[in-house]
Structures are given as C-alpha cells and as structure tokens.
Design a protein around this ligand. Structure first.
Ligand SMILES: Cc1cc2nc3c(=O)[nH]c(=O)nc-3n(C[C@H](O)[C@H](O)[C@H](O)COP(=O)(O)OP(=O)(O)OC[C@H]3O[C@@H](n4cnc5c(N)ncnc54)[C@H](O)[C@@H]3O)c2cc1C
Length: 457
C-alpha cells in the first residue's frame, strides 16, 4: 500500500480529488489498449500482451484514442476517483451521469454534525446561517430519538445495539431535513476513461464554481495519472455550446404538481406483445431490457432535496437537476415526525431560516448551499417501463426514506393503473411505512478482528 502513487489535487474549500493507483500491472490505459488491439489484429490476447510488454500502452493511446478520436477505446479502461469534502450539490453534479458508478456518504447512517458546511460566500452572515443550522440539528437529535423510542419501544428479543442503531438511523432520517445542502460529503466516482472525459466537458461549465473547480482538478489529476488518455483538444464552438446548456438551462425549477404523469409515450401495440413478460415476472426480478422499446413515460413531482439525493442515483431513467429553493415549501413529513413538544421551536427556526435566505445577497444557485435539505424541489423523471418498475419497487419499501416511499408508491400505482390491463404485475412491500428494526443491521461496519464487511445495504 505504501508504494502506491495516488494522484491528488487539493480543492480550495479544503477537500481534494484523488485518482486511485491500484498498483495494477495492467493499468486502465494498458487494458484499453489490449482490448482495442482486437479491432486491428486477429492475433488474440496472448499476442496483444506481447505487444504491451514490448511497446507499452502510452504511444498507442496517444495516437489512436486521443489523436484519432476512437472514443470507444476509452470505454475499455476504468479509473476510480475519490472526491472528498465537497457539498451535497457537488456530489449530485458528479452523479448526474448515466454511467456513473460509485458510493456516497449516507445521511442515514453517518452523523453529519461534525462535517464542514461549505460557505461559498465566505461571509460571517453565511457562516452564522450554517452554524445556526448545525446547532438546531444537534439540539434535535436527543428529543427526536426519545420520541421515536416512545413510539416504537424495544420489543422482546430485539438486540439492544441493533435497536439503538435503527432508532439513530430513523432520527437521522428526520433531522437530515435541517442539514444545509452545503454540508460536505465524500464521493467515490468510478467510470471508464471516455466517460470521465465526456462528463468533465460539461462539469467544467457547471453553474457552481465549486463544481467547475472539481472538474478542472479532476481533469488535471487524470492527465497526470494517464497522460496519454487525457488532455483532449478543446474546440471553441463545442465549449460555447456546452457552456450555454449548463449555465442557462441546467437547473429545472417549474411549478410542479405533487405527482403527475405529464407524458405517456408508451406504444400499446408494441406493449401488448409483452404480456407474458409483464405477467410472469417473479418478485425481485427485472423485466427484460427489450420491453423498453415500447416507449417512455414522464412524471413531474415534488420531493424534498434529502430524498432527491437517493432517487437521483437511478441511472436507467433520465432526471432533470432541480434547483433547491424554499419556493415549494418544507416537506410536511419532517414536521409531522418531530416530537410535538419541539414543533413550535422547529416552525420558528424554519421561519427565521426562510427570512435569512430571502435577505441573503447571493444568486439563487448559491443560496442552495444555505438551504435546508427538507425543502421540496420540482423534479422530473422520464423512463421506460422496465426502469420505472425497478425504481418503484426498490424505493417503495420500509428500508427507504418515507418521503421517497410515498413518491415510489404513487409511481407504482400509476404504472399499475396504466398497464395492469396489459398484464403488468407489481411486487410491493405490504407495509412500506413500518418502522423495521432491521434498519439497524443495514449499516456497513468493519469487524475489528477479521476486517471484513459485515453487511451491505
Ligand atoms: C436502502 C438503500 C440504501 C442505499 N444506501 C446507499 C448509500 O449509503 N450510499 C450510496 O452511495 N448508495 C446507496 N444506495 C444505492 C444507490 O442509491 C443506488 O445506486 C440506487 O439505488 C440506484 O439503483 P441501482 O444502482 O440498483 O439501479 P439503477 O441505476 O436504477 O439501474 C437499474 C438497472 O438498470 C441498469 N442500468 C443502469 N443504468 C442504465 C442505463 N443508462 N441504461 C440501461 N440500463 C441501465 C442497472 O445495471 C440496473 O440493472 C442505497 C440503496 C438502497 C436501496
């Protein structure tokens, strides 16, 4: 481990970008090259490995991948980057890519009270707003936990440590609504070389300066780690076009219904051929990919930013990036879940929070950093039946945040109503809103003696 040379670039807010050196003998560039050799030689892998041994991958990648623009060669090598100490907004920007793979710190299992809250304005006024939010978040933890314990007392046979963890996770679910979207998080980002190049072309024009910096530093770090696969020429017209798309149209902020189907592009004549597949699908099984050729559906809905963070991770659907504002109101579930004894204080806190945001001298994009994650945003999702059924069934279970369960349930209701007559069967969790102590087992912990992962989520 000590000999590995990770490439690190520091970010101005204290975070960093790190390109992982796995110490592999065949690194991503070399792997891309030996796959690409298949397209020009029938010698086979043993012959390609000899070429790699004798000539290395550097010249090949420079000439064929970057030079001649054979983009598919970049699909064949994979890099992993760790981006740490960045805002939730930046994490969403990084994950706004349909071939993103990776993981992010969970607000449901990690205490965010000690995380840095990013203050892009750098003003005392901004700092005070963020620290007021931290104070209230901290103050709420114990009363919320006590309230939950009175609602869901530990039952006989339930292990105390698991019960406590489940209560803490539920309390984090409730109090996360008070965290600012500027709270910092850590993101793992794993993709092929071409996807990095393509995504970075847009991220460097992102409306937030923080994301622009992450994009520039990531590109610089990738260039340092894999010099023959990055450093593509930039074309003025392409840059100008990408800049306009990102700066003028990226954020979605419309009047939005609670939940509504706004476009049904599913061709019933095609769908009726898939009755067997729709009817006979067992639970926890995906529909076959080809049913997607029947068309797509689009839904508009409101969801709090906290839960949007989860639904946004579904990559088989297309989602717009909502702008986080206070205009669509604070999600009522958070208010309903607070102990009644704290409700007046919570409402007063939110009133002050809104007033401070209204008077804050900052653009609407920057105001997002100071806005509590419990505020609702206008979301739009488009996808085919396969992707939407998968998403709906995964997210309408008792292990998912209740505000997302509600929207996932509405999605399943809609799909059932639209396509039940074509045979679509939905497999549901019968008690999606039940408090289940098994939540306490869903953390990922490293066992001290054996250093193994106990259970994954
Ligand atoms: C209870 C729970 C807790 C979680 N906790 C965390 C956490 O703490 N941290 C974290 O980082 N993640 C967490 N996740 C996982 C994360 O939210 C998932 O990435 C998210 O659920 C997306 O689901 P998916 O990756 O399974 O599938 P999707 O991205 O929705 O994909 C569905 C299917 O389509 C395929 N597919 C994907 N993209 C495409 C495409 N473009 N075209 C065609 N097919 C495609 C996929 O391979 C998959 O088979 C959690 C998930 C759950 C359910």
């Amino acid at each position: 481990m000590e000999n590995l040379k990770h490439t690190v670039k520091d970010l101005s807010n204290g975070g960093f970008v790190l390109v992982l050196d796995t110490g592999a003998k065949i690194d991503p560039q070399a792997e891309a090259m030996i796959q690409a050799l298949h397209s020009r030689s029938t010698g086979g892998i043993h012959s390609h490995l000899s070429v790699l041994r004798d000539k290395g991958a550097e010249n090949f990648m420079e000439k064929f991948y970057v030079g001649y623009g054979h983009k598919s060669i970049g699909d064949c090598g994979r890099a992993t980057i760790f981006v740490e100490g960045v805002s939730m907004l930046a994490a969403k920007a990084i994950q706004d890519w349909r071939l993103y793979s990776g993981q992010e710190a969970s607000t449901r299992y990690i205490d965010f009270s000690e995380q840095t809250f990013i203050n892009p304005l750098g003003t005392p006024e901004g700092e005070k707003m963020l620290e007021d939010m931290r104070t209230f978040y901290l103050k709420a933890q114990k009363p919320v936990q006590d309230h939950l314990k009175s609602l869901f007392p530990r039952e006989e046979g339930q292990k105390e440590s698991v019960y406590e963890k489940a209560i803490t996770a539920r309390a984090f679910d409730i109090t996360r609504g008070l965290l600012p979207a500027g709270a910092s998080t850590n993101v793992a980002w794993s993709m092929n070389l071409r996807q990095f190049a393509d995504e970075l072309m847009l991220l460097r024009h992102h409306p937030l300066a923080e994301v622009q910096e992450i994009a520039e530093k990531t590109e610089a770090a990738l260039f340092e780690a894999y010099p023959q696969s990055f450093g593509h020429k930039r074309y003025d017209q392409t840059e100008a076009y990408n800049q306009a798309c990102m700066q003028d149209y990226y954020y979605h902020d419309h009047e939005s219904p609670e939940f509504e189907l706004v476009h049904d592009g599913v061709n019933r004549d095609i769908l009726k051929n898939y009755r067997n597949e729709l009817e006979k699908r067992p639970a926890k099984t995906e529909l076959p990919p080809y049913v997607a050729d029947s068309g797509i559906l689009t839904y508009d809905y409101l969801l709090d930013f906290g839960s949007f963070r989860d639904i946004q991770r579904h990559r088989a659907v297309v989602q717009r990036m909502p702008l986080l504002t206070i205009d669509h109101g604070f999600e009522p579930w958070y208010l309903e879940s607070f102990p009644p004894s704290m409700l007046t204080e919570l409402k007063a806190f939110l009133y002050d929070h809104q007033e401070q945001l209204r008077h804050l001298k900052a653009s609407k994009e920057i105001k997002q950093y100071y806005t509590a994650m419990g505020y609702r945003i206008s979301c739009r999702i488009s996808g085919d039946i396969r992707a939407l059924v998968y998403l709906g069934e995964l997210r309408a279970t008792r292990f998912v945040h209740p505000t997302l369960v509600k929207r996932a349930g509405a999605l399943l209701d809609s799909l059932e109503a639209l396509f039940g007559e074509y045979g679509l069967v939905i497999h549901r969790d019968d008690t999606p809103n039940q408090f289940d102590v098994k939540r306490g087992e869903h953390d990922i912990v490293i066992k001290e003696e054996k250093q193994t992962t106990e259970q994954s989520v």
